[in-house]
Design a protein around this ligand. Structure first.
Ligand SMILES: Nc1ncnc2c1ncn2[C@@H]1O[C@H](COP(=O)(O)OP(=O)(O)OP(=O)(O)O)[C@@H](O)[C@H]1O
Length: 282
């Protein structure tokens, strides 16, 4: 079953298509990673998917509902964690969740049960009365996740969920994301961290200049572009050359008269991303 479907979607600002004829779909239960250099159009795409912005052209369906004609039903079915922290720092953890629960018309005592359940899930139960502005970055992000889950969505959108977090906190969030997925949640995430995509995502879409330039699994990408890479340091420059297998890459290496600064290794997502977009993610 399809959880998210985009068909020939455009977003046009000042006659420029910042999202340019985008079509792809995400299956129910998938973790899908949307990658792209700065300005590729990922955030604009997410904003359309979560009904914050209307497509200029094209069709988007979430959980079977058209975002233009059934935006209320779409909102009921999605959870959203955006890049910029959207929790209110002057309110307590509980007040933030209470407010969200009321917005979604979740009646009591169900609302309190859900607040307690998700606070426990993200290990913030002992921070219930703390003002949000006193929480660490990782805690705020976990609170955002708890809030996004409160109304029991079927699709979760995470726009750079671990940006600015230390490696340990990032790992903890990865565990939460994986666990939610194992409970059946469909997840779309954007990130600049390649290892995050390699670790979490079932499929990857790569965007550049508003267009989807590649779509598939990491294994499919590696099969297509080459499973091995020869890295050549030439002065300040590093050249990369893909080969179908490590054996073929080694054969090429052996044939070189001068092997100084040359090495063979397995290709990874970052190599493929750089080859496709000419950009290194930072
Ligand atoms: N409201 C707007 N008006 C005009 N142009 C916009 C608007 N919002 C975004 N853009 C442009 O659309 C393009 C895509 O931006 P977007 O934020 O979607 O990229 P992104 O892939 O999310 O980048 P990043 O990784 O930096 O977050 C950029 O060139 C941006 O300047």
């Amino acid at each position: 079953m399809t959880a998210v479907a985009l068909e020939n979607v455009y977003k046009i600002y000042n006659q420029v298509s910042v999202v340019d004829n985008l079509s792809f779909s995400i299956k129910k239960g998938e973790i899908f990673g949307l990658l792209g250099p700065n300005g590729a159009g990922k955030s604009t795409t997410i904003k359309m998917l979560i009904t914050l912005s209307k497509p200029s052209k094209g069709k988007i369906q979430i959980a079977g509902y058209d975002i233009t004609h059934h935006s209320t039903l779409v909102k009921r079915n999605i959870g959203v964690v955006l890049q910029q922290l959207s929790v209110d720092g002057e309110l307590s953890v509980w007040e933030n969740l209470e407010f969200h629960g009321r917005m979604h018309h979740i009646p009591n005592p169900e609302r309190q049960q859900r607040i307690n359940r998700w606070l426990e899930y993200v290990a913030l139960e002992n921070k219930k009365d703390a003002l949000v502005k006193t929480l660490s970055g990782g805690m705020k992000r976990r609170l955002q996740i708890a809030r996004a889950l409160l109304h029991q969505p079927s699709v979760l959108f995470l726009d750079e969920p671990t940006v600015g977090l230390d490696p340990q906190t990032r790992r903890r969030l990865w565990e939460i994301i994986q666990d939610l997925n194992q409970q059946g949640m469909t997840i779309l995430l954007t990130t600049h961290y390649m290892e995050e995509v390699e670790f979490l995502c079932d499929r990857i879409g790569i965007m550049d200049r508003g267009k989807l330039i590649e779509l598939g699994t990491l294994e499919q990408f590696r099969f297509h572009y080459g499973k091995a890479i020869v890295v050549k340091q030439q002065g300040d420059r590093i050249d990369y050359q893909f080969f179908p297998t490590v054996a073929q890459a080694n054969q090429y290496l052996d044939s070189l008269p001068d092997k100084t600064g040359v090495m063979v290794r397995d290709s990874n997502l970052e190599d493929i991303f750089v080859k496709l977009t000419g950009h290194q993610l930072n």
